[in-house]
Write a protein that binds this ligand. Structure first.
Ligand SMILES: Nc1ncnc2c1ncn2[C@@H]1O[C@H](COP(=O)(O)OP(=O)(O)O)[C@@H](O)[C@H]1O
Ligand SMILES: [Mg+2]
Length: 285
C-alpha cells in the first residue's frame, strides 16, 4: 500500500499526459478523403486554377489569391523564388495536406477533392529536404514505398538511387537500423534512402522540395544523379536553389508573394536582364 501511494503523483501525471495524447489521436482532420473516386491510371497533368489559400492557423493571411499553374504530363517545372514566396505551399496543396478555399487543384483534369486521398497519394512521390525516415531498418524504410515489393525490387531501386554501395558496406547491410529520424545516417545517405523509396513506388508524379539543399557538393552530385534518373518521364515539380537543377527543368516559374511573376525556360528567362529570374540567378552566382 505504502509503495503504491508513493507512486500516486506519477500516476496522476501519467494520466494527464495520456489524455493529451488521446486528444491528438482523436482529432478529426478537416481534409476529408475516405470517400470519393478511386484514381486508377494517371497521365500526370497537374493544374492549379484560381486557387485561393490561407493556412488554418492564420486565416487572415492569404498565401494565394488567384494562383494558376499548369504542368504537362511527363514534364518538369521548377519553382524558384525567395523563402516564403509559397513554393512549399504549392506542394502541400497538390498532396492535399490542406484544401484551398476557392476553386481547385486538378490531376488529369480531375478535381483532387473528389478523389480518395490514399489513391491520390499512391501516384505521388515526395522527396523533401529532410526526408521522413522511420526508426527501423534501411530495408523497411525503402519497402515503405511499395507494399509487398520483393527483395530484388528493393535492391534494384536502391541501386538506381546510388545507395546500394553504401548500404552493402555497412556491417549490417540492409538490416542496419537508421535510428530516430535516420540520425545514424549522413544527410546524403538519408536522402538516397528516401529516393530509393520513391523509385520503388514508381509514381507518375514527383514532388521535390529542396531535396539537395542540405547536402555538401560531393553528396549533392550523387543524389542529383539519382534524382535525374527518377525524374525521367514523370511529371515533376521541383523546388530548387541550385542553378544546375533549375536549368534543366522544362519550365521555370518564379514566385513572389504567392504569385507567379515570370515563367519560361532558362534560356528565355535569362535574356531579360531586368527580370526577377535574372536577378535571382545573379545573386546566387
Ligand atoms: N504551416 C503553416 N502555417 C501558417 N503559415 C505558413 C505555414 N507554412 C508556411 N506558411 C506561410 O506561408 C508563406 C509561404 O510559405 P512557403 O510555402 O513555406 O514558402 P517557401 O517554400 O517558398 O519558402 C509564408 O508566409 C509562410 O510564413
Ligand atoms: Mg519551402
Amino acid at each position: 500500500m505504502g509503495e503504491t501511494l508513493a507512486m500516486a503523483p506519477d500516476l496522476l501525471k501519467g494520466n494527464q499526459m495520456v489524455a493529451s495524447v488521446f486528444e491528438v489521436m482523436d482529432r478529426k482532420t478537416e481534409v476529408l478523403g475516405d470517400v470519393g473516386e478511386e484514381l486508377m491510371t494517371v497521365e500526370g497533368t497537374i493544374e492549379l486554377r484560381g486557387v485561393q489559400f490561407s493556412y488554418p492557423s492564420r486565416p487572415e493571411v492569404l498565401i494565394f489569391k488567384d494562383f494558376n499553374l499548369r504542368v504537362r504530363s511527363g514534364k518538369s517545372m521548377a519553382l524558384v523564388g525567395q523563402s516564403g514566396s509559397g513554393k512549399s505551399s504549392v506542394i502541400s496543396l497538390i498532396l492535399r495536406f490542406y484544401d484551398p478555399t476557392a476553386v481547385r487543384v486538378m490531376i488529369d483534369g480531375k478535381d483532387i477533392k473528389k478523389l480518395k486521398i490514399k489513391s491520390l497519394r499512391r501516384h505521388i512521390g515526395l522527396v523533401q529536404q529532410e526526408p521522413t525516415l522511420f526508426a527501423t531498418s534501411i530495408y523497411e524504410n525503402i519497402l515503405y514505398g511499395k507494399e509487398g515489393a520483393s527483395e530484388s525490387e528493393v535492391i534494384e531501386a536502391t541501386k538506381l538511387a546510388n545507395a546500394h554501395t553504401f548500404v552493402s558496406s555497412l556491417p549490417e547491410g540492409y538490416s542496419t537500423k537508421v535510428g530516430e529520424r535516420g540520425v545514424q545516417l549522413s544527410g546524403g545517405q538519408r536522402q538516397r534512402v528516401a529516393i530509393a523509396r520513391a523509385i520503388l513506388k514508381n509514381p507518375e508524379i514527383l514532388l521535390l522540395d529542396e531535396a539537395t539543399s542540405a547536402l555538401d557538393v560531393e553528396s549533392e552530385r550523387v543524389v542529383q544523379q539519382a534524382l535525374d534518373r527518377l525524374m525521367k518521364n514523370r511529371t515533376t515539380i521541383v523546388v530548387a536553389h541550385r542553378l544546375s537543377t533549375i536549368k534543366n527543368a522544362d519550365q521555370i516559374s518564379v514566385l513572389h508573394d504567392g504569385k507567379i511573376i515570370e515563367q519560361g525556360t532558362h534560356s528565355s528567362l535569362i535574356e531579360n536582364k531586368n527580370g526577377a529570374y535574372y536577378k535571382l540567378i545573379n545573386i546566387q552566382q
